[in-house]
Design a protein around this ligand. Sequence first.
Ligand code: 4FV
Length: 230
Amino acid sequence: MRIDILTLFPEMFTGPLSESMIKRARERGLLDLRVHDIRDYTRDKHRTADDRPFGGGPGMVLKPEPIFECVEAAVPKGTPLVYMTPQGRPLTQAKVAELAARESFAVLCGHYEGVDERVREALVTEEISIGDYVLTGGELPAMVLVDAVVRLVPGVLGDEESARQESFAGGVLDCPHYTRPEVYRGMAVPDVLLSGHHGEIARWRREQAEARTRERRPDLADQDLTNGHS
Ligand code: 4FV
């Protein structure tokens, strides 16, 4: 999979994209991740990438020219361009799975008040939000998206099984997990998990997941029920 990221702050990606799972995916050739500095596509000596909004008002807006030229110079033609914005569609595991099935996509990180509208009209193919709150930039949302997508790329996660048995995979939240010691400060691991009865363990985990979903995310539970599960 190839992912291109367009940002004014490429150094923000250094840490997160060169550690653990994503680092391994890049080393194993499962991921071709490229970070482009939009400012490299400015033409003035001050490398100006933003300007004051027409019509007045607070803040600055990202100029169209550097973004258009960055996309045209650095991103293969026809690559879907995802713009991270609070006005986008809420990111879900289903959307993550859809992106993980693609050959490639690019992510545009806004900053300040956002990008010039002509970028959204002419270049952006979809807009995604990671949540109903306002951040200083689209960089953290882009990292969230890349992390969620890359772990679903075949071969990246040790065993794909864990990706199938986790929160949201079956429309429910995940079940409780335990590891050694069996008793810690008087808190014991549920006997069923020590029983070796895989059928009973699977039922216990499903019951726990559904109970947790009903308690914490009734919206998901209703969704799950309407999708004809259980
Ligand atoms: C955001 C979000 C987000 C808004 C103004 C960047 C900031 C600044 N992106 N999900 N929530 N973006 O807050 O995706 O331009």
